[in-house]
Design a binder for this molecule. Sequence first.
Ligand code: BG6
Length: 286
Amino acid sequence: MIEHKQKENGFKYIEIKNEKAEAKIALQGAHVFHYKELGKPSVLWLSELAYFEEGKAIRGGIPICFPWFGKHKTDATLAQHGFARTALWTLTLEEEIESNTTHIQLQLLSDEKSKALWNYEFDVRLDVVVGSELSVTLSVHNTDSKPFEITTALHSYFNVSNIDEVLVKGLDNTSYYDALDKMEYVQKGEVIIDKEVDRVYYDVPNNIELHDGKRKVELTQSNLNSLVVWNPWIEKSKQMADMNNDAYKNMLCLETGNIGRKPLTIEANERCVYGVVLKSYIVEEG
Ligand code: BG6
């Protein structure tokens, strides 16, 4: 079932339910803000105080950071994480592939508004496939006559039952930039979160695992080489109006992307396709 819905203020989203899973996707930002396999906990975290308002990013789910990640390189007045996450996308395809698999495609085309911020022509599509796993694929077509460079991320917020028990596996021996002290380090072993963390890991493998007690979520990324690990912890959570003070205990961002020293160059008339697949498991005891 695919339903077109809206909040009281007119904020539009698509609700998907099939035999395996359910999901919600906002037209603003092509933002998947809910995904859950039936009988399992939600994979994605969504803030209880998230805004569903025109022009405001949703705190939770999978914001799309495009065409730049983080602060703009040269103009601090431009929106953090680019304009795609607050732009209105167009629904281009909706199909129930099977009774347990649903496919949605949304499109963002360059226009006068985007060109005032970033002067390039582009055609970006997001394909979301909802089933026993969630697949999110971005296809960036450079329709301009000159190359462009992007930094980008699928800024996924994961739902965790207790941040103290969380382990991120797959990053052993990868180097990372710590945005808090602006230093570079090499990760040793699994990542635990026991304080504010804001890091960009470079040259990460395609498979990363998030362990949360008896649950595991596998992230399988394609054509992406960085991973941001972010948890605002106590003080930063208090500073965010769209997040409860103690919500940091139940969320962790693992943001697959091409970030920082690893921007992507897309030549004129070329297309770059990248994405992530999320699959959750209940880990057997013993
Ligand atoms: C992360 C950044 O990707 O996003 C953090 O590494 C930032 O520094 C966080 O605080 C949230 O950003 P925003 O713009 O959604 O509040």
